[in-house]
Design a protein around this ligand. Structure first.
Ligand code: AMP
Ligand code: GLY
Length: 424
């Protein structure tokens, strides 16, 4: 098969790394990719949002299968356009991608099919939203309805901050049209986990669990980011908890989407809050997590490509995936200043030495090559990852590799995996 991966981050590097190892993959392309991905795939200089350009490239190159990494092109209909052009695509239709593209859509569906999630209201009117906040004494969370690159969720400390967040979204339009509608919901306490299931429209197959570290600083302090590191498995996702998440959240949603005539095909990523009573859904994403994908791919023993094809073809029943029992852990190295302003173009050295640490794979997120030099080209730049017998060992190896990387203009958290390590 000729396979095209769409995207340019650490998630897409991990997908390319896994797909390149498939005996079914004759030729791998990535659009637009990054300097690390160039080792596994031929880079194609077409942006992930350029739907017309991607369809044209796939058609003229005879691509057999496309794997879409990020959410924005899915919400914009990339999978629909590729399928219309006769190109099989892993990733949901625009209608099904509304599970991530509209938080209000997702909440309404959850209410209809009885999925446990925070109580909420949807608003397009500032005054009505403020009234709702005023009437609720409990702590609230304010969310822009549309895509906001992970920045559209505000957890205000009091009513004044809640009002300010609402004005910021609905009047100042900080997130553009994505904030013209907002969801206001109850604050949930507990432990977060990322849960992934491959879906073929009718059947869902659970993948390994992971835990992400969203805050930029050690001890989970500082502003939220796209994710500063991850590990798998998440100890809180026991077999019993996985069974509950499938029965109470994933399966009802897959059925609800099919019943609505918008079957979900692709990977469904549930952001969960788990408390002693059980799992509650925080959000859905319609794609792999980044950096969760990096640790999942390190643990996946089976061939990824037939699994993604089976999800596209509606053949996931009777499909089975094998995983290494080991743990995997990924430390994100970001450019100084991230998630605020940061510089691009600084040189990264020592990548070869880092990759020599046993069990280590260095995924690139925001890099580009200039001759033999590797330059930073984004906020999150590298995902230094390791697979080992347990989380502690994976942590030791990942940081040993981090310490071999010579990049004064970058930083990372030093405590990725702390929760699992503390559990022993
Ligand atoms: P989201 O993009 O919806 O996953 O939200 C980003 C982060 O905000 C989540 O990972 C949680 O840490 C936090 N969050 C979202 N919704 C809630 C909620 N209802 N209660 C508590 N924390 C939340
Ligand atoms: N790491 C969280 C996400 O990909 O949304």
């Amino acid at each position: 098969m000729k396979v095209l991966v769409v995207g340019s981050g650490g998630r897409e590097h991990a997908l390319c790394w896994a797909l390149a190892a498939s005996p079914l993959c004759d030729k791998l392309y990535c659009a637009p990719g990054n300097a690390g991905i160039a080792e596994q795939a031929e880079l194609v200089p077409i942006a992930a949002e350029n739907i017309e350009g991607l369809v044209e490239f796939a058609r003229s190159t005879g691509i057999d299968f496309v794997v879409v990494g990020p959410e924005a092109p899915l919400v914009a209909g990339l999978a629909d356009h590729l399928e219309e052009a006769g190109i099989r695509t892993f990733g949901p239709s625009a209608a099904a991608a509304q599970l991530e593209g509209s938080k209000g859509f997702m909440k309404d569906l959850c209410r209809r099919v009885n999925v446990p999630t925070a109580a909420y209201g949807r608003f397009r009117d500032l005054r009505a939203a403020k009234d709702f906040v005023r009437r609720h004494n409990s702590r609230m969370v304010i969310k822009a309805d549309g895509l906001a690159a992970g920045k559209g969720v505000i957890i205000p400390a009091n009513q004044a901050e809640a009002f300010a967040a609402l004005e910021d979204m609905m009047v100042q339009r900080r997130f553009g049209a994505a904030g013209d509608e907002v969801v206001v919901e109850d604050f949930l306490a507990g432990e977060e986990a990322s849960f992934f299931a491959l879906c073929d429209g009718r059947t869902a197959l659970p993948l390994a669990s992971a835990q992400d570290h969203k805050a930029v600083g050690n001890g989970d302090r500082g502003p939220n980011t796209g994710g500063m590191g991850a590990y798998s498995p998440a100890p809180i996702m026991t077999e019993a908890m996985t069974a509950r998440v499938m029965a109470e959240i994933i399966n009802p949603v897959v059925k609800g989407m099919a019943d609505a005539g918008t079957p979900f095909r692709g990977v469904l990523f549930a952001g969960l809050m788990i408390d002693p009573k059980g799992p509650k859904l925080l959000e859905f994403n319609v794609r792999f997590g980044d950096p969760e994908c990096q640790v999942l791919m390190l643990r996946l023993q089976s061939d990824l490509l037939p699994a993604l094809v089976a999800a596209r073809d509606g053949m996931l029943d009777h499909f089975d995936l094998r995983w290494y029992p080991d743990a995997a852990l990924c430390v994100v190295m970001a450019a100084n200043g991230y998630p605020g302003d940061y510089a691009k173009g600084t040189e990264i050295k020592g990548l070869d030495k880092a990759a020599q640490v046993p069990g280590v794979t260095v995924f690139h997120a925001g890099t580009r090559a200039e001759g033999d030099r590797i330059l930073a080209n984004g906020g999150r730049v590298l995902g230094v990852s390791a697979r080992a017998a347990d989380v502690r060992a994976a942590q030791v190896q990942a940081y040993a590799a981090v310490d071999r990387i010579d990049w004064p203009q970058g930083f990372c958290r030093r405590d990725i995996g702390w929760r699992a390590v503390a559990r022993g």
